[in-house]
Ligand binder design. Structure first.
Ligand code: FAD
Length: 145
């Protein structure tokens, strides 16, 4: 029996990618995982009854700005064209997420430049709060509207 060049513990993205690249270069690899499936936290499966793709550990959206990486992952799976467009609603208004200059201007009904937006937020943030939770962190950094 040929010796194993690499024993890889964990078959998530990292382990699976390493195993594949090593195998393609002629090394022998043994890949083990304590779970009964591959894919790590990105694992998903099709529900038999509904045929819906279930993301067992939470939904995953693949991001890359590398054509090399994009080409690589497309060798193994077909990707759909889902684009993550997040909106948040407060009061009667809907805002684009993540927050950017446009969101700030939309929220305050202004036409701030980046420097003006920074100055405005600095003027309303609650500087004296020492944040001990997420709400206080936001009040300290952004203030109250
Ligand atoms: C809810 C959620 C949503 C996410 N959303 C996104 C997203 O939208 N986009 C994105 O890019 N990333 C997202 N991530 C992050 C992404 O899941 C991780 O970056 C990626 O899974 C990391 O891959 P990994 O191979 O390093 O680790 P993992 O995927 O965690 O794989 C590690 C594997 O090692 C196994 N293992 C660990 N210890 C042992 C052991 N002692 N013996 C045997 N096996 C072992 C585990 O069972 C697991 O299968 C999200 C993560 C979560 C939890």
């Amino acid at each position: 029996m040929r010796k194993t060049d690499f024993l890889i513990i964990g078959c998530g993205f990292a382990g699976a990618t390493f195993a594949n690249l090593a195998a393609e270069r002629g090394y022998t690899v043994r890949l083990v995982d304590k779970r009964n499936h591959i894919g790590g936290n990105c694992y998903s499966y099709k529900d038999d009854e509904s045929q819906v793709e279930v993301h067992k550990y939470g939904p995953h959206i693949f991001h890359t700005n590398s054509l090399k990486v994009w080409g690589y992952v497309n060798r193994f799976s077909k990707f759909n064209n889902y684009i993550n467009r997040v909106k948040a609603r407060t009061g009667q208004k809907v805002y684009g997420m993540p927050i950017n200059l446009h969101t700030i201007n939309q929220f305050f009904g202004k036409d701030f430049s980046p420097a003006e937006a920074k100055k405005h937020i600095d003027s309303i943030r609650l500087k004296d709060i020492k944040p001990s939770n997420f709400e206080e962190f936001l009040l300290h950094n952004l203030g109250k509207s």
